[in-house]
Design a protein around this ligand. Structure first.
Ligand code: FMN
Length: 338
């Protein structure tokens, strides 16, 4: 059995080389991240949307982007755009692009949000032959380990996820409360849309989505990388409704605005009021308004990047070492030289 495992491990190393990293790698960064910039291009428009976009749904893969008033008359639904992921250091290379179709323009109070659906995707983080090898391996694993009723992720959706996570995404802990009960779970499909508006995506099949929709108010806290294990473990709470808050494995404090708890080790706390919920596919898209933002302490924040970008990052500039645990649940970053 061990020999079989050893052979498969050696084969994997040969085929994937230095790109054999977990899909989701954990890193520590200052807020806001400045490694990667994201630009929206098309219909004569070139705009930096690094801090005004979010994933809206994973299957089909969709983005929401905060729009400027001046753009509303220029943008036409059904037209195509490009989302470009570019590194800010080194040569400023483009590391990935996602071609988007504008599906809808949604008015929100006195603001506008564009909903875009991904139609094509290119990843330049690792060589093409490695990308093909990963694609084949993913197909093989999907066929081997498919659970009954599980949603099938298309190749395009999986590729879009890899490109989206070229841009480091903060991992937050969400807290909701209803009397003495509540829930705490992690999220990383989220982002600012500009003008105090904020978006996030929750799997429509999990309890967490209906819970947030029902309660309509939440805190969202960034945390230090040192808490990554505890944060990942709380992923299972997406399946739960309200739980006694004493079961949460750390102390909670109370927010000043909406009076909702947040973890004692939170760095930045955002209190949100949900404005709208749209079912888009695998995920419900939540549009919210920031009621209050508080800094609880200073420090770098837990972010996630895709393994393809982590492999690229390992080879360029700062020498970083990603420590992967054998469970494959994630990799911890140790910066050895900057
Ligand atoms: C760090 C982290 C971030 C997550 N972010 C989201 C998210 O933004 N939206 C969502 O619907 N689920 C999110 N999840 C939930 C996972 O997709 C998954 O449903 C959960 O971890 C349970 O895992 P399982 O379905 O493999 O048992 C997140 C989980 C983790 C651990």
């Amino acid at each position: 059995m061990d020999v079989k495992r050893e052979i498969s491990r050696t084969l994997r190393k040969l085929i994937l080389g230095g790109t054999d990293l977990p899909q989701a790698c954990d890193i520590s960064l200052d807020h806001p991240q400045i490694e990667i910039s994201v630009r929206l291009l098309g219909m004569g428009l070139t705009r930096d949307v690094t801090n005004s976009h979010s994933v809206a749904c994973a299957v089909p893969f969709m983005f929401c982007i905060g729009l400027e008033r001046s753009e509303i008359n220029e943008l036409v639904t059904g037209r195509y755009f490009t989302l470009e992921f570019r590194e800010n250091r080194g040569r400023g290379n483009v590391l990935g692009i996602i071609k988007l179709k504008l599906q809808a323009i949604l008015p929100v109070e006195c603001h506008w949000i564009g909903l875009f659906r991904a139609v094509k995707c290119q990843n330049y983080c690792i060589p093409k032959y490695r990308l093909h090898a990963h694609r084949l391996l993913l197909r093989y694993n999907q066929c081997k380990g498919r659970r009954a009723g599980e949603l099938q992720v298309s190749t395009l959706d999986a590729q879009c996820n890899a490109v989206t996570f070229i841009c480091p995404r903060p991992v937050v802990l969400v807290c909701v409360v209803d009397g003495p009960r509540g829930n705490v779970f992690p999220m990383n499909l989220l982002g600012d849309l500009g003008g105090n508006y904020f978006a996030f995506a929750l799997n429509s099949e999990r309890q967490a989505a209906s819970l947030v929709e029902r309660l309509g108010r939440l805190t969202l806290s960034t945390v230090p990388l040192s808490k990554s294990l505890i944060v990942r473990e709380l992923g299972k709470n997406h399946y739960l409704d309200l739980i006694p808050l004493e079961e949460v494995p750390f102390a909670l404090q109370q927010s000043g605005g909406l009076d909702i708890p947040f973890p004692e080790f939170a760095i930045r706390i955002r209190e949100l009021q949900v404005l709208e919920v749209l079912p888009l596919g695998s995920h419900n898209f939540f549009l919210a308004k920031t009621v209050r933002e508080t800094i609880n302490m200073s420090g770098q924040e837990f972010h996630m990047i895709h393994g393809f970008y982590a492999a690229h990052r390992n080879l360029s500039g700062t020498k970083r070492e990603l420590i992967t645990d054998d469970s494959g649940s994630g990799a911890k970053e140790r910066v050895t030289d900057s």
